[in-house]
Design a protein around this ligand. Structure first.
Ligand code: BTN
Length: 259
């Protein structure tokens, strides 16, 4: 995959104006954070063919074989307040789901907060990190890992992970997929900046399969069980347990099958 190849598939003009493509790096999120600290412009993209210390949510590792998948980070500099920041990873999830659907014809599902699944298995994870630069200007790194053409996964995730190749039986051109993700993200990020955040929630809900289901959410403060009712305006998950309604902003969801 080359930067020229990616650019040849792009229609958007803001995200990916500057692309750093590494053969090997520790983590594209870590590198993008250092770029933000030194004032990198909005839309800068960092891609790696291999990460040696790829990071997932909740301090987990992100495994991805060299040259087969997409591991990249996008620098955003939203000038909206912190209240709606939680919507950015959801917006990125919608962008990935729409791009995957457009290219493979398979309709993925979005699992709160930001996993993309096909056939109930995870093919994409998103790690969003916020920071401020030396001038105190906010920046958000949206880190996206998509399992594209990988066929084998480590035992620990073998029963929960999948790739687009495994789901479709055909190998996918990575440059075309990342270009489509950046185009979709550019489009939905414009909606985010305009403040019409209910449109983002609507688009995310169109891909969600867990709303109305009984779920347990493991949160940093303990676990919560109840029916997933929808999303709050800031992207939290609304859980109804009896008469009580709670909004959780971070955690891992387990769906109860046949409650
Ligand atoms: C998760 O599902 O836990 C989130 C995984 C996010 C992985 C991506 S790969 C590109 C970027 N760089 C990282 O170190 N992590 C994210």
């Amino acid at each position: 995959m080359t930067v020229e190849e990616i650019q040849s598939h792009r229609t958007g003009t803001i995200l990916g104006r500057v692309i750093h493509l590494f053969e090997t790096i520790d983590s594209t999120n870590t590198y993008a954070k250092s770029l933000v600290s030194s004032g990198a412009e909005e839309g800068t993209v960092v891609i790696a063919e291999k990460q040696t210390a790829g990071r997932g949510r909740m301090n987990r590792e992100w495994h991805s074989e060299r040259g087969l998948n997409l591991t990249f980070s996008v620098v955003l500099r939203p000038d909206t307040g912190p209240e709606t920041m939680g919507l950015l990873p959801l917006a990125a999830g919608v962008a990935v789901a729409e791009a995957i659907e457009g290219i493979t014809g398979r309709r993925p599902s979005c699992k709160w907060p930001n996993d993309i699944l096909i056939d109930g298995r995870k093919c994409c994870g998103i790690l969003s990190e916020s920071l401020t630069d030396r001038q105190g200007r906010p920046g958000v790194i949206v880190g996206i890992g998509v399992n594209v053409n990988q066929e084998n996964f480590p035992d620990a995730i073998g029963h929960t992970a999948t790739s687009l190749l495994l789901c479709t039986g055909r190998s996918i051109r990575r440059s075309q997929l990342i270009a489509a993700i950046l185009d979709r993200l550019e489009d939905i990020y414009a909606i985010f900046r305009r403040g019409t955040t209910d449109r983002i929630i609507e688009r995310w809900l169109a891909y969600a399969t867990m709303i109305g289901e009984l779920v347990t959410v493991g949160t940093p403060g303990g676990s919560v069980t109840g029916r997933a009712e929808g999303l709050s305006p800031d992207g939290g998950l609304i859980i109804a347990a009896g008469e009580t309604r709670m909004i959780v902003h971070a955690g891992d969801v387990t769906l109860h099958i046949n409650p």
